[in-house]
Design a protein around this ligand. Structure first.
Ligand code: FES
Ligand code: FES
Length: 156
């Protein structure tokens, strides 16, 4: 049984027809063409699927799409131009890149709430995320660099 589920995606209204119990990730990728959020484990164990729902990180692999009706969903595509993108490129913070869209989404939520996070606070915010390439030191550096760029008004 499908239904129209209306929500805001990356600043624009959308109303895909979907089974309300379908995973949000499936609808984002296969119906709405937003492929930034990725499937890794399907069990809230890797963070590859992370998106923001009303600015809070959420696992799109396990979140039913019906629960985002009327809410604001942000994927990594909605963060184009964010200082995090520049900082991750500058620090070459990744190898295969599979984990990065989820990590950048969680980092954006962190920086919105805490403009000057410590290294330990960045690590704690990224705890739900696995990086199989072991790029963690560069990832932590990139988030700290983005925070600095935002504080200095270099990007928004
Ligand atoms: S795919 Fe959602 S946490 Fe791994
Ligand atoms: S860069 Fe490959 S999994 Fe993180």
């Amino acid at each position: 049984m499908t239904d129209r589920i209306a929500f805001t995606l990356n600043g624009k209204p959308v109303a895909p027809r979907a089974d309300p119990t379908a995973p949000l990730l499936d609808v984002l990728r296969n119906t709405l063409g937003q492929t930034g959020a990725r499937y890794g484990c399907g069990a809230e164990l890797c963070g590859a699927c992370m998106v923001l729902v009303d600015d809070v990180p959420a696992y799109a692999c396990s979140r039913e799409v019906g629960t985002v009706a009327g809410r604001v969903v942000t994927t990594v595509e909605g963060l184009a131009g964010h200082a995090l993108i520049r900082a991750f490129l500058d620090e070459q913070a990744g190898q295969c890149g599979y984990c990065l869209s989820g990590i950048i989404v969680s980092a954006a939520a962190l920086l919105a709430a805490n403009p000057s996070p410590t290294r330990a606070e960045i690590a704690a915010a990224l705890e739900p995320h696995l990086c199989r390439c072991g790029a963690h030191p560069r990832i932590l550096r990139a988030v700290a660099k983005a925070a600095q760029m935002l504080r200095e008004g270099a990007a928004a």
